[in-house]
Write a protein that binds this ligand. Sequence first.
Ligand code: ATP
Ligand code: ZN
Length: 464
Amino acid sequence: MLKIFNTLTSTKEIFTPIKKNRVNLYVCGVTVYDFCHIGHGRTFVVFDMIVRYLRFSGFQVKYVRNITDIDDKIISKSTKEKKKINTFTASMIKEMHKDFDLLGISVPDEEPRVTDYIDNIIRIITTLIKKKHAYIHKNGDVIFSIDSDPNYGTLSRQSLTSLESGSRIPLNNMKKNPLDFILWKSSNKEEYSWDSPWGKGRPGWHIECTAITNVFFNNSIDIHGGGSDLLFPHHENERSQSICFNNKSMINFWMHTGMVILNNKKMSKSLGNVYFLRNILKDCDAEVLRYFFLSTHYRHPIYYCEKNLDQAYTSLKYLYTALYDTNPFFNNEEGLNFELEFYNAMNDDFNTPAVFSIFFKIARKINFLKNKDILKTNKFAFRLKYLANNLGFLFQDPKEFLQKKTTLNLLTLKEIQLLIEKRNIARQSKLWQEADNIRKKLMSLDIILEDLPDKTIWRKNKKS
Ligand SMILES: Nc1ncnc2c1ncn2[C@@H]1O[C@H](COP(=O)(O)OP(=O)(O)OP(=O)(O)O)[C@@H](O)[C@H]1O
Ligand SMILES: [Zn+2]
């Protein structure tokens, strides 16, 4: 039985979908004004893992992740780069797809761009005004009135009085309550404004998710996700708008991922403390980064540093080394207890760190059986691969994985092969000293040799 931590109730609840076997999942996507950083990688790898597991468990999942392609930062960046907004956002979206592909993040079923849903946004704002949940300022801005919603604040459990008194938003005559937020921002710029009953303008940030979830899910959502940075005000505001518009809330579970932290701060584009995915992936295997993300429970923050990435590499290396020289053999006999443990861990709010320790147990079993019972070894190898594949791991050829974490160039690879051949000849001729010297030379190059009954294999000693 799957249990998910629901931010709305602050408890792990049994997950029951609204419609049998179907899951409507919505996740707030990227504001596309720069390349994607590790923080995005973490959040979207987590939801990719969740989608994979839900599908693996037999649910039909409809996964929608929006793209914010209009906002102040997009406008200022595209102006700086002297590019039309559409051209600029299209190129950023292309780059985002490239980065996410590399990380093995599967494509969502729908990826709506906000600017394609302006009509829907206008319709919702019109209704909110009619229902007196929003008011129009004389400059053409439309503003949501949080006091019109008695439930406002219940998702993020904010004490509104303390927020109001601590709010740095200046109390001017524009907003009735300093926490009221913009639904429609008046603007005359031709390129990024649309006609509306309140004059030319563009949508505020929060209203986009209300509009898009109404279009794709008709306000019936099993899981709504995003990073924990979005809980307040974005998700609070979105939820309030949706309830006021639809008269009820049909968002059952709210899930929030922990932040990737760098120098004690959330990694974010606007703070500028980012490591772009593309730069990290130049030196680091994408599967290692994926492993790093999921080796901490998704609700906890993660601290990015090279050491933690090294740790992820060492762990994956252990799993691939176990699979090395095996022939995974389909079966329904060996390792079923581990499979059960896997389901228990995943059903416990997607506990991937516990899952990784189960993978380790299977790998240890494989290592123990190697050279003793080939068939059993291969059956356990199947179990490990089968379970790991379902979360997007262990798809690579073990030999390739173990050899490619190297900065060696092709010439050196040839040299290694040559030295191994020379050493084998020396061993066959019982020239032990010479064979040992070659092994030492390779060790100085960080190359570890392993003599199997019929061949010698090599791998890099540590991540380079
Ligand atoms: N450091 C982070 N760790 C985990 N998830 C993050 C991080 N930064 C952003 N996200 C998540 O990625 C998604 C897209 O975020 P967004 O495009 O707003 O990124 P951002 O870097 O925070 O940008 P900005 O600084 O302009 O707010 C959201 O679901 C958000 O919660
Ligand atoms: Zn959103």
